[in-house]
Design a protein around this ligand. Sequence first.
Ligand code: UGA
Length: 442
Amino acid sequence: MSKRVTVFGTGYLGATHAACMAEIGHEVLGVDIDAAKIAKLEAGEVPFYEPGLDEVLKRNIEAGRLRFTTSYEEAAAWGDIHFLGVGTPQRRGEYAADLRFVNSVVEKLAPLVTKPAVIFGKSTVPVGTAANLGELARELSPAGEGLEVAWNPEFLREGFAVEDTLRPDRLVLGVDRDRPGRAEEVLREIYAPILELGMPFIVTDLATAELVKVAANSFLATKISFINAMAELCEAAGADVTVLADAIGHDKRIGRKFLNAGVGFGGGCLPKDIRAFMARAGELGAEHALTFLREVDNINMRRRTRMVEISRELVGGSLLGSRVAVLGAAFKPDSDDVRDSPALNVAGQLQLQGATVNVFDPKAMENARREFPTLGYSASTEEACQGADLVLVVTEWKQFRELVPADLNKIVRRKRIFDGRNCIDPQVWRAAGWTYRGLGRP
Ligand code: UGA
C-alpha cells in the first residue's frame, strides 16, 4: 500500500533512497537545505553520477510520486514517516564523526511534528547516536513520546546504489527496546515490495543496528588491507598477489570479493567510518578492541606512498621534470565521487615531487578540479598520455581496463605503465615492449 514518506538529505544515499521509495510505489518528498541541489532534482537531474539513478528519478517525478522541497514545514505536514539520510563526515582534525547534520535535521523537524510519527535514521553514526536523537526528538516535539526514532542502516555501494536499495542483501532495523512502538510494523509495510523478494530482515536494538553498519564497513576495509599487506609481502618475495587472492578466494569461508590488491580504499565511507569507529570505541573505554583498525588504516595509506615511490623509480629516480598521465580520479569506477580518492592523493604527491601531472577521469573531472584545482587535467586518455614518461592506472574504469598498447604506443614518450589496480594484463603490455608494473606482482 502506498505511503507518504519524506527523505531528509539528497546526497548519494538520500537521493537514491527517495527515488527508490517512489519506485516501489510510495509518495515521496525529498528534503534538503541546499536549494541548488533541490532545483536540479526537481528538474529530474541527479546532482552526481550514479548509473541508472536518473531514469528512476525522472520516471517517478513524471508519475507524480516524487517531489523535492527545502521546506521542513512542508515535510512535517506531508507525512508521518521520515527517513534521515544526511552525511556524517569526519570532523576536521579529528577521527570522530561530525554529527551536526543529523542533529540539525532532528532539531528542526521535531518541533514541527504534532502527531505520532517515526524517524528512521539511515546515516552511518557512532553507536549511541540514535538513542540520543530519540531523547532530543521527544523533548522538542509537541507529539512527545509519539515521535519515535529507529535506525535502519544503509549498505548501498556507490555505482550500484539503485540495485542495492531495491535488492539489498539484508535489511536491518534497530528499535528502542524501552519504548515499544510502531517502527517495525511501519517499516515492514514500506519495504513490503522489497521484503517479498525474500531477503533477511533483522530487527534488533538501536545500538546493535548502529554497530552492524560500522562493523560491516570495518570488515570490508580489513579485507582490503589484508590483501594489500599480502601485496607488500609478495613484492618483497617476488610473488604475485593476484594469483594468491584467486587461490585463497576459492575457499568459501574467505571468498574472492574485496580481495583486489592495489592502491587501497578511499571514498566517503570506509576511511572515515573506521576512524569514527575507533574514536567512539575510545569514548566507550573499548579502544583496545579496535587498535587493529589503526593498522588497517596504516596499510591502506602506505599503498599510496608506495605508488609514488615506485613511480619515482620507474622514471629513473627523480620525478622532477617528468610527465605522468594519471588515469582515474574517482575513488572507484562508476562513480564521480573523489572524496579521499587514492587516485588524486597519488596525483597530488607526484606533482609535489616535481612531476607534470595530467589527470583524466570519465566522470569525476568536475569534482576533481574543485578539490585539487592545481593539478593538470586532460579531456581524454590520449590527451593525458601525450608525451608521458609514465602512465598510471589508478581507478579501474572499464575504458582503462580495456586499453591496449596500440592505443598509446605512438602517444607516450616512454612506454611505461603502472597499474595501481592490477586491472590490466601485464603480458599484453610487456609483449608490446612496455615496462609494466603492478602492485604486489613480480
Ligand atoms: C562502502 C560499502 O561497500 C557499502 O556497503 C556501504 O554502504 C558504503 O561504503 C557506505 O558506508 O555508504 P562504497 O564506499 O560505495 O561502499 O565503495 P566500495 O565498493 O566499498 O569501495 C571502497 C573502496 O575500496 C574503493 O576505493 C575501492 O576501490 C576499494 N576496494 C574495493 C579495493 O581497493 N579493493 C577491493 O577489493 C574492493
